[in-house]
Design a protein around this ligand. Structure first.
Ligand code: ADP
Ligand code: MG
Length: 230
């Protein structure tokens, strides 16, 4: 699903250049649930942006679902991204003037799905996310957990092969965070590959594999026997 070789990312040029990634190698098989941990500034978000084709590495190669992304232009990359990946972020990134249903519908608009089909798919996803009674609510009328469920519904609605989640529980209380992690575990059991970024041990323990990033390099890669907590 993911194959990264010697990924280097530098921000800025010359004496002020900051190296955020220093030659990262990563293989993630389809169906895995991987957690990437590391202290603030270790390069987690930089890596996630590259894995999500939101940014390109300074050097190195990144293959997503068998495609060498360095050979793709912007339009092709956007297509691959929209077809393959669902994103979940710490700050939800919902559009404030759109309802829960409208936020979930956005990827379907880009994908050119017909209005009748869109309505059906959004209704199903609202139901699946436990939000059927919040359809017409705006984001600021929803709790943090509900907002994140709208964002997860939006990430899932195009049936992505891969979910990239950057600190998805970072703005949630412990209980709500656990609910969101249970939801991600269920999605993984149903076959979706998940790469989760977190600096919280408990959150990482939902994964089957734990990678520790430090100063732009992986320093550990562990299988967690008890991964996918209930
Ligand atoms: N857009 C940017 N411009 C310059 N430096 C950046 C930028 N984004 C991140 N960095 C730097 O790269 C390093 C890694 O950042 P980041 O990937 O955000 O780490 P993390 O998500 O682990 O906190 C940090 O030193 C950060 O200051
Ligand atoms: Mg970050």
């Amino acid at each position: 699903m993911i194959k990264a070789r010697q990924l280097v990312k530098e921000y800025g040029k010359g004496p002020v250049a900051v190296a955020a990634l220093n030659g990262v190698n990563l293989d993630v098989e389809r169906g895995q649930f991987v957690a990437i941990t590391g202290p603030s500034g270790s390069g987690k978000s930089t890596l996630m942006n590259i894995l999500g084709c939101l940014d390109v590495p300074t050097s190195g190669e990144y293959y997503l679902n068998g495609m060498n992304t360095s050979l793709l232009g912007g339009v092709q990359l956007a297509y691959l991204r929209n077809r393959t990946i669902g994103f979940v972020f710490q700050s939800f990134f919902l559009l404030p003037r759109l309802t829960a249903a409208e936020n979930m519908e956005i990827p379907l608009l880009y994908a050119g799905v017909t209005p009748v089909q869109r309505k059906k798919m959004v209704a199903e996803m609202l139901e699946r996310m436990g939000l059927s009674d919040r359809t017409t609510h705006l984001p600021n009328e929803l709790s943090g957990g509900q907002r994140q469920r709208v964002a997860i519904g939006r990430a899932l609605i195009n049936k992505p092969l891969l979910i990239l989640a950057d600190e998805p529980t970072g703005n949630l209380d412990t209980k709500t965070g656990r609910e969101i992690m249970s939801l991600l575990s269920e999605l993984n059991k149903a076959g979706t590959t998940i790469v989760l970024i977190t600096h919280e041990r408990e959150i990482a323990s939902y994964a089957q594999r734990l990678l520790a990033l430090k100063d732009g390099l992986f320093e550990a890669d562990l299988q967690i026997a008890t991964g996918g907590r209930p």
